[in-house]
Design a protein around this ligand. Structure first.
Ligand code: SF4
Ligand code: SF4
Length: 499
């Protein structure tokens, strides 16, 4: 992780849906008139139709519908095929995670590529924030691909220790790492899939606040252990094992509320890890009652440094209006990373009323923090990581242009594992996809190798798309994009700008 050339990124491997009928935008209906002539298999450019033991089956989720250049239903000699929009598709998701964004993330997790144009993969439907921002590319002559064809890929690495102290020098090879999701809020398979993928990609993944299960030990060098108000599973030994320790002061999805794990998720394994009682709900209070000033915060940071002098300290905060002061205070307290968590992040367990109404969206908080750190003269001494609704590689580019060095993801990883955003995460048997569950039966729905590869594939696709974006901007490294708000345009001001 220390030099650009020493690390080799993993290969993408096609990893199909684990469900027999993956959800797609369209559905094809084949009537009994079909004579199994194989014409549809022959002409479909997307491999939707497959002949299996003399029977025709369809991978509906691969169909591009009206965008198809060779529609099978028009070519069928006996008109046995009809195409329609899939009502299940339209019932999924919400304004931020639209059905198109869910399906396009599944496509990236399956193929490690951007989806075909029938899916909108760059923005959601919230009509605000990232969805109202566009990247402003310099004008090029029609057909001129010279920028995209530039030989060298831009440098995508991010240095995490910019203080120049004696702590680990860590460089991650992709500008993202996995945000905390605790043992108990998600299954051990989900947790391990994200952490194994992070290790393979040369980055990190955070444990969240539910303790440090033994299964994570082989990946210690890629784990960020979290210290949150509940102090569940926090041990000297776990702090000494890792290279990065994160203090979670608040979470953008529910600032001021702390955490709440419903009793039906507190299984014997979860209870053991958190030293709690099986079946009883668990709260992590808000705030840390030991911290009311920068000096108190410094005591926390010093505590970690006393136990593990080489560890990098990350400070996760939500985005109140004075978040810029908080960031500067964290720098002076000795933190290496300030992790800003805006509203709109969180799994389906975070209450909507909190997600949408308390913290500042990350799109507003970031430029404020970036500028304040610059004015204080310490911007290049601290790493700024942002999270809270980062869904796509285009969101990553926008986040960095707004002032972050890198991003932290959470929900996108779950979507790669085929989350449908049904918002049932808090309930023990609620997750029909076996992702946010501690139920022994539901956990079996997902295989670890499958989950790991899906997350790897999605992030490799993100990286490829980010490289394309940087090349189109004529940039040689991701660092050049940090704080370049001039590379963005807000749709409300679009008429006034020319691009
Ligand atoms: S409409 Fe086109 S993409 Fe869809 S299944 Fe038929 S041939 Fe394939
Ligand atoms: S599919 Fe599972 S992880 Fe996704 S929102 Fe529903 S309950 Fe949560």
């Amino acid at each position: 992780m220390s030099s650009r050339n020493a690390f080799k990124l993993p290969e993408a491997v096609r990893t199909k849906s684990r469900f027999r009928n993956a959800i797609g935008k369209y559905r094809l209906n084949r009537t009994g008139d079909c004579i199994a002539c194989g014409k549809c298999v022959e002409i479909c450019p997307y491999g939707v139709h497959v002949m299996r033991r003399g029977r025709l089956v369809a991978n509906h989720h691969l169909c591009v519908g009206a965008d198809c250049p060779e529609p099978c239903h028009a070519a069928c000699p006996v008109q046995a095929l009809t195409l329609r929009r899939n009502p299940d598709f339209d019932a999924m998701g919400d304004f931020r995670w639209t059905p198109d964004l869910l399906a396009s993330t599944w496509h990236m997790a399956e193929f490690s590529e951007m989806p075909p144009n029938h899916l909108e993969y760059k923005i959601g439907g919230s009509a605000g924030g990232f969805d109202k921002l566009r990247i402003k590319f310099p004008p090029v002559k029609k057909g001129d691909k010279s920028l995209l064809e530039a030989d060298d890929d831009p440098d995508m690495g991010v240095e995490l220790n910019r203080r120049g102290d004696n702590a680990h020098k860590i460089r991650i090879e992709v500008p993202f790492y996995g945000g905390g999701m605790s043992y108990g809020s998600v299954s051990i398979t989900t947790m391990l899939s994200r952490i194994k993928a992070a290790a393979t990609l040369g980055t990190f993944c955070c444990t969240g606040e539910g303790g440090y299960p033994d299964e994570l030990k082989p990946y210690d060098d890629h784990v960020i252990t979290q210290v949150a108000t509940g102090l569940f599973g926090v041990r000297e030994e776990t702090i000494q094992r890792v290279k990065i320790v994160e203090f979670k002061y608040a979470q953008g999805a529910k600032p001021g509320l702390g955490g709440h794990l419903l009793g039906d998720k507190v299984t014997p394994g979860v209870a053991r890890m958190r030293e709690a009682v099986v079946g009883y709900p668990l709260f992590s209070p808000f705030p840390f009652h030991s911290v009311y000033s920068v000096e108190d915060h410094k005591k926390h940071v010093d505590w970690i440094k006393a136990m593990n002098p080489k560890a990098l300290v990350s400070v996760k905060v939500s985005t109140p209006t004075d978040v810029d002061m908080v960031a500067v205070g964290s720098y002076y307290a000795g933190a290496h990373i300030i992790h800003l968590d805006g509203s709109y992040g969180g799994t389906g367990a975070a209450p909507d009323i909190a997600k949408k109404n308390i913290a500042m969206p990350i799109e507003y908080a970031l430029p404020k923090v970036h500028r304040f750190l610059e004015e204080e003269g310490v911007r290049d001494k601290i790493t700024v990581i942002a999270s809270g609704g980062v869904r796509t590689p285009h969101d990553v580019a926008k986040t960095i242009a707004l002032g972050a060095d890198g991003v932290c993801t959470g929900t996108a990883d779950l979507v790669a594992l085929e989350c449908i955003r049904c918002h049932n995460c808090e309930s023990g048997r609620g997750c029909a996809r076996g992702i946010a569950t501690t139920d022994p039966e539901l956990i079996k729905l997902m295989d670890l190798d499958w989950g790991t590869q899906r997350v790897i594939n999605m992030f490799l696709a993100w990286r490829k798309e980010l490289i394309r974006i940087l090349k189109r901007l004529g940039m040689k490294s991701l660092k050049e994009l940090v704080g370049r708000t001039d590379c963005l345009v807000h749709l409300d001001y679009m008429r006034k700008s020319r691009f």
